[in-house]
Design a protein around this ligand. Structure first.
Ligand SMILES: NC(=O)c1ccc[n+]([C@@H]2O[C@H](COP(=O)([O-])OP(=O)(O)OC[C@H]3O[C@@H](n4cnc5c(N)ncnc54)[C@H](OP(=O)(O)O)[C@@H]3O)[C@@H](O)[C@H]2O)c1
Length: 317
C-alpha cells in the first residue's frame, strides 16, 4: 500500500512462504501465473490446477525455468463444471487426508464471452466460471483451512464490478445477454459480494481465516484476446485502444494487488485492493473502491442462499 510514510508494495515485499500450501486457480496464464511464480519464489508449495494437464504442466515448467526448486504440483480443474470442482476437491482431500491449505486464490476467469453459452450444468458461462465454481471450490476446501492461523482466501474481482448489478431474474442471462457490462460485470460484482460476505461469516464463526480481495486494474493478459474482441461497442473499443498504452500494465504488475491481498502483513480483515493510478487502471496496490451494491447486506445474504441452491451445497463455516 502506498502512503506518505510507506514505499509501494512489490513482489520483493512478500514474506517468506516456506511451509505454506497455496492453491491458485487460472495460474497457467496472466495474473495467476505471475502470482504463482512469486509465491513459489518465496518458498510456497503451490498447487496449480488448469483446464488440462498439458496446460498445468507447461506452467509448472515455466515456473521452474525461473525457480528451479519450486514445489509446484499440476492438477486438473474446470470451474465451469460443478462435477469437475467436486472431483478436484475429492482429489485434493484424498491426495493426503488431513492435509491443510493456507492460501486459496480464486483467480481464474473469463471475460465477455461473445454469445451466451451454457455450461454442462446449464448455467451462463461467465457466472459459472467466475462465481459459482469458485464459491463451490471454496466451500469444499474450507475444511482444510478452518484451523489455520494466517490462512487467507483471496477472491479476484474487477473494476467493472462498479458497473455490475445482481439480477435475480436474469442471473443466467436468460432474459437478456450483454457480454461485458451484463454477464461479466454481474459475475465480478458477485465475486466482490462473496468476498465481503465470506469475511462477515468467518468473523461471526470466530474463524482465524481472512477473506480478502483484489482487482488488477487493466493488465495485458490473455483475458482481452480470448474475450471481448468484437463484442464491445465501437466507442469502448476505441477507448481501450487509447487507454492500452497509457493506462495498462503488464501481468506482473497486475498481479500485485492479488499478492498484496494474499500475503502482505498489511492487508486487513476483508480488505479489497487495486492499483492506485487513474481510475484504478494501473499502479501500486492500495485499498480499492468498493461498489455500493457490494455493501448491501440483504443482497449478500440473498445471493449466498441462491448460490448454495445453484451449486447444490451448503457452505457452512
Ligand atoms: N487482465 C485484466 O485487466 C483484468 C481486469 C479485471 C479483472 N481481471 C480478472 O483477473 C483474473 C485473471 O485474469 P487474467 O487477466 O490473468 O486472464 P487470463 O490470462 O486469460 O487468465 C485466466 C485464467 O483463467 C483460466 N480459466 C478460464 N476458464 C476456466 C475454467 N472454466 N476453469 C478453470 N480455469 C479457467 C484460464 O485458463 P485457460 O488458459 O485454459 O483459458 C486462465 O488460466 C480473472 O478473474 C479476471 O476476471 C483481469
Amino acid at each position: 500500500m502506498t502512503t506518505k510514510n510507506s514505499t509501494p508494495f512489490t513482489a520483493n515485499d512478500i514474506p517468506s512462504q516456506q511451509g505454506r500450501r497455496v492453491l491458485i486457480t487460472g495460474a497457467n496464464s496472466g495474473i495467476g501465473f505471475e502470482a504463482a511464480l512469486e509465491l513459489a519464489r518465496k518458498g510456497a508449495e503451490v498447487i496449480l490446477p488448469a483446464r488440462s494437464l498439458d496446460k498445468a504442466n507447461d506452467a509448472v515448467a515455466r515456473i521452474r525455468q525461473s525457480v528451479p526448486n519450486a514445489a509446484v504440483t499440476p492438477a486438473i480443474l474446470d470451474l465451469a463444471s460443478l462435477a469437475s470442482v467436486r472431483a478436484f476437491a475429492a482429489f485434493y482431500t484424498e491426495r493426503s487426508p488431513g492435509q491443510t491449505l493456507d492460501l486459496l486464490i480464486n483467480n481464474a476467469g473469463v471475460m465477455a464471452v461473445p454469445r451466451r453459452e451454457l455450461t454442462v450444468d446449464g448455467y451462463e458461462r461467465q457466472f459459472a466460471t467466475n462465481y459459482l465454481g469458485p464459491f463451490l471450490l471454496t466451500a469444499l476446501l474450507y475444511p482444510h483451512m478452518k484451523q489455520r492461523h494466517g490462512a487467507r482466501i483471496v477472491t479476484v474481482a474487477s473494476g467493472v464490478s462498479n458497473q455490475g448489478k445482481i439480477e435475480f431474474d436474469n442471473l443466467q442471462s436468460e432474459r437478456v445477454y450483454s457480454p461485458m457490462f451484463g454477464a461479466y460485470s454481474q459475475s465480478k460484482l458477485a465475486d466482490l459480494i462473496f468476498q465481503l460476505e465470506l469475511q462477515r461469516r468467518l468473523t461471526a464463526a470466530g474463524s482465524p481465516v481472512l477473506s480478502t480481495g483484489a482487482h488488477p486494474g487493466y493488465a495485458i493478459t490473455n483475458l482481452q484476446t480470448s474475450g471481448p474482441a468484437g463484442v464491445l461497442p465501437l466507442g469502448m473499443r476505441i477507448a481501450m485502444t487509447i487507454l492500452k498504452p497509457l493506462a495498462s500494465q503488464d501481468a506482473a504488475h497486475g498481479a500485485l494487488p492479488t499478492l498484496y491481498a494474499a500475503a502482505s502483513p498489511r492487508a486487513t480483515t476483508g480488505g479489497y485492493y487495486g492499483p492506485n493510478g487513474f481510475q484504478e487502471l494501473k499502479g501500486h496496490p492500495v485499498p480499492a473502491k468498493i461498489a455500493p451494491l457490494a455493501k448491501d447486506l440483504a443482497l449478500a445474504k440473498r445471493l449466498w442462499g441462491e448460490t448454495e441452491r445453484l451449486v447444490g451445497a451448503r457452505f457452512e463455516l
